[in-house]
Design a protein around this ligand. Structure first.
Ligand code: PMP
Length: 436
């Protein structure tokens, strides 16, 4: 491995300079700009397995994993082969194809609350459409989301969001009409009392609660025992729908989703990331009764020129097949636990306060003495320390999401040596920043 040599005068720097002339901020999604760690973005050239090579020839152990989709690692040979085979037959038809049904069937068979599923092109579209469906179905306007929860960039949901919005410190975005967010009630995550109070006041107007069953966009924040159950009970009592945004957690924390892991049954489920095998995708699904309200079966409109794209469907189908046939989740658990324990041990040995939150192969190490259980506590983590730590890790060849509010994703392609090396680098990086 060659690590991060020549960053001062790097091709990445030059590429970033050029990209900023023609792309806002030089990137097509904000966090990729590396602004919250004050560094030049790593411009990717290629990747294989758990390793990414940049345009300077530096090789990194990658924990971004395209922000979640690549649970099997980069350029998995069987997935690449599938995409090649399908591409030769045509990349898009605007006609139904059988592979759409195959992936839909695979999703319905693995996520027990999903009887029917509609494919879209991104997680944003999935949540936006699920909300429209919830509002149309219940004939109510208001929705509940949680602070630090990110559900894509649709207007109604871009309020007190996590992910890039948290990173950039934007409370809301200009351009989002107040009339749209007026119907969005935002509550603290993991706080059932506030949910009950909101329902006492507005219960008969609330179409749905949308929630990340494991929050992943303020860093990993697991649901406290009883939280998801409480959401289920409250929504059922008031005739509102419970929407699980499993864009990140679906097929990540468990083959049956976070809902399978915690045994909670939402009314609607949003998916994305893994179900596209690294190609652009999203989906939303639920019970027949609700899903049959969508056009052309029902009156609620939602459509997409490239929705159900054969390349994305095939890559996703192959991915789910490989996931269903293997013991990958046990292995992911073992490797991720090893990583988390290594980090915790290093922090104890060096006296650096660190809270490691982890569910399966989703992990965030917060520089904090407090338990992190909501957006407020996540924000207490030390950003300056993270910045220094991030730069040191990158120098050792460890590529993590460049923000303290994001998730490290472990993939099936990470070897024990990769994990071991990462733990050693973590120790050296912490040592470096405390000695400064
Ligand atoms: N929901 C969740 C939970 C997500 O993590 C994301 C993206 N990280 C989205 C929705 C939006 O997905 P996309 O970026 O594909 O629009």
């Amino acid at each position: 491995m060659r690590f991060n040599t020549g960053r001062e005068d790097s091709h990445s720097k030059e590429a970033f300079y050029k990209s900023q002339e023609v792309i806002p901020g030089g990137v097509n999604s904000p966090v990729r700009a590396f602004s919250s760690v004050g560094l030049t973005p790593v411009f990717a050239l290629s990747a294989q397995g758990a390793h990414v090579t940049d345009i300077d020839g530096n090789e990194f152990i990658d924990y971004i994993g395209s922000w979640g989709p690549l649970i099997l690692g980069h350029a998995h040979p069987e997935i690449v082969h599938t995409i090649q085979k399908v591409a030769i037959l045509g990349t898009s038809f605007g006609l139904p194809t059988e592979i759409e049904t195959k992936l839909a069937r695979q999703i319905c068979d693995s996520i027990s609350t999903v009887d029917m599923v509609r494919m879209v092109n991104s997680g944003t579209e999935a949540t936006m459409s699920a909300l429209r469906l919830a509002r149309g179905y219940t004939k109510r306007q208001k929705i509940v989301k949680f602070q630090g929860g990110y559900h894509g960039h649709a207007d109604a949901l871009l309020i007190k969001s996590g992910s890039g919005v948290a990173t950039l410190g934007l409370p809301d975005s200009p351009g989002v009409p107040e009339s749209v967010t007026a119907d969005t009630i935002t509550l603290p995550y993991n706080n059932l009392d506030s949910v009950r109070t909101a329902f006492e006041q507005f219960g008969d107007q609330i179409a749905a609660i949308i929630v990340e069953p494991v929050a992943g966009n303020m860093g990993v924040v697991p649901p406290l025992p009883g939280f998801l159950q409480g959401l289920r009970e409250t929504t059922s009592r008031y005739g509102s729908l419970l929407i699980f945004d499993e864009v990140m957690t679906g097929y990540r924390v468990d083959y049956h989703g976070a809902q399978g892991l915690y045994e909670i049954e939402p009314d609607l489920t949003c998916l994305g990331k893994i179900i596209g095998g690294g190609l652009p995708v999203g989906a939303y699904g639920g019970k027949h009764q609700i899903m049959k309200q969508i056009a052309p079966a029902g009156p609620i409109y939602q459509a997409g020129t490239l929705a159900g794209n054969p390349l994305a469907m095939s890559a996703g189908y192959k991915t789910l097949q490989l996931l269903s046939e293997s013991t990958i989740y046990d292995e992911l658990e073992r490797k991720s636990a090893k990583l988390a324990e290594g980090f915790e041990k290093n922090s104890l040995n060096l006296g650096v306060p660190l809270k490691v939150n982890r569910v399966g192969s989703m992990l965030t190490a917060f520089f904090s003495e407090l338990d992190v259980m909501d957006y407020e506590s996540a924000k207490q983590s030390n950003k300056q320390l993270f910045q220094k730590y991030y730069a040191a890790m990158l120098d050792f060849g460890i590529l993590m999401p460049p923000s303290p509010y994001e998730v490290m994703f472990v993939s099936a392609a990470h070897s024990d040596e990769d994990i071991e090396y990462t733990i050693q680098s973590h120790y050296k990086a912490l040592k470096k920043i405390v000695e400064k």
